[in-house]
Design a protein around this ligand. Structure first.
Ligand SMILES: Cc1cc2nc3c(=O)[nH]c(=O)nc-3n(C[C@H](O)[C@H](O)[C@H](O)COP(=O)(O)OP(=O)(O)OC[C@H]3O[C@@H](n4cnc5c(N)ncnc54)[C@H](O)[C@@H]3O)c2cc1C
Ligand code: SF4
Length: 326
């Protein structure tokens, strides 16, 4: 690992002051599970890391029933928070399924949302792919069984964060701070496609920090997440889906359906949403919506199986949201 300086920031202001505008030179360190692995593999080589575990580590239930979650909250704290489970079951369910108890004990909300992609070419210093300034994507003609089935490249990563999917479904907002002050970004706009930003997966500038996640009050919204993993493994899911259904009695008045691990960003399934609005959820309605969700999928040479997996995840997430699936 390349030698680096360490800044133990204790406040948001100290952390911001230690960052720098050049990409990759100074990097925030939260639980360190992703960043330290990248540094050991010479994929990230910062001159300085800034410990951001001193950012807010509380989960506040707001007076209207919404949530304000600090970036330094650990995944285990989110997964086990009764107020958060009431406000957004899709989120706490996703948090409780991340990795293993050890990973959830160390990983933070901010680190989880800002973790880098798992593409094995990206993670191997021998492959100088598009994302590292090279001329080609090795996944196109290579091993692509876990890559994207939506988005059409030119980089075919899937977004790795399980929390990002329910947060987009539940229309959360992210508080971002930087040298110019603070702003709130809708979760859906926080994650960016590779054709817009090849070297980063979010709108964050190198000298900005994600400090809070704000989840709106649930009101009449029922939410759920459903994940499909390889044989109960602790690895990232093959596909997941999160849904948020605004209900009036048994009728769906509004729907947000989002798939994870299928595209470079959490992927909104608008076709599925249209199939749900105005209907009562039955198994047949959920099946039709799930079919619509994957209608535009364009799998690569080895990941055609993911289309059916994503379809199943969407169907089960819809049924789970209305209590028709445990
Ligand atoms: C075996 C294994 C299985 C896993 N399975 C899953 C899974 O199923 N689903 C899932 O979602 N995750 C999974 N993870 C990832 C895990 O959940 C961690 O959350 C994640 O690796 C990073 O969290 P961290 O706090 O350790 O972040 P770090 O490694 O400290 O940081 C990650 C990145 O985010 C940046 N960063 C950190 N905090 C901030 C901030 N506040 N503002 C701006 N940038 C910031 C860092 O600079 C770095 O680039 C798994 C990890 C392992 C090792
Ligand atoms: S999918 Fe993206 S990260 Fe992976 S090899 Fe292709 S360009 Fe690189």
């Amino acid at each position: 690992m390349k030698a680096f300086a360490y800044v133990p920031a204790t406040t948001e202001q100290e952390a911001l002051a230690a960052l720098a505008p050049e990409r990759g030179r100074v990097m925030p360190l939260a639980g360190g599970q992703d960043l330290l692995a990248l540094m050991k593999d010479y994929i990230a080589q910062p001159d300085r890391v800034v410990n951001v575990k001193g950012l807010d580590r509380t989960i506040a239930v707001l007076p209207d029933g919404g949530l304000r979650i600090g970036a330094a909250v650990r995944l285990v704290e989110l997964a086990e928070h009764a107020g958060a489970a009431k406000a957004c079951p899709a989120l706490t369910s996703a948090a409780s399924e991340v990795g293993t108890p050890q990973i959830r004990n160390v990983g933070t909300v901010g680190g989880n949302l800002c973790q880098r992609p798992r593409c094995w070419y990206f993670r191997n210093e021998e492959f100088h792919c598009l994302k590292k300034g090279g001329a080609r994507c090795f996944a196109v003609d290579g091993e692509n069984q876990f890559h994207a089935i939506f988005g059409d490249g030119p980089c075919h990563i899937v977004h790795p964060s399980s929390l990002a999917v329910p947060l987009v479904a539940c229309n959360a907002r992210f508080r971002v701070v930087g040298p110019g002050g603070e702003r709130e970004v809708p979760a859906e706009d926080f994650f960016v496609m590779p054709d817009r930003s090849m070297y980063s997966e979010t709108v964050l500038a190198p000298n900005e920090l994600l400090t809070h996640v704000i989840v709106p009050a649930p009101g009449n919204v029922r939410s759920a997440t459903y994940e499909v993993r390889f044989r109960q493994s602790h690895d990232w899911p093959i596909a997941l889906a999160a849904v948020a259904l605004a209900m009036e009695g048994s009728t769906v008045k509004g729907a947000r359906v989002v798939m994870g691990a299928v595209a470079p960003v959490p992927w909104r399934a608008r076709g599925a949403e249209q199939e749900l609005i105005g209907r009562t959820v039955t198994e047949a309605v959920a099946e039709k919506a799930a079919a619509a969700a994957v209608a535009g999928a364009r799998p690569m040479s080895q990941n055609g199986y993911k289309v059916q997996v994503a379809r199943t995840a969407v169907k089960r997430a819809i049924l789970k949201a209305v209590g028709a699936l445990a």
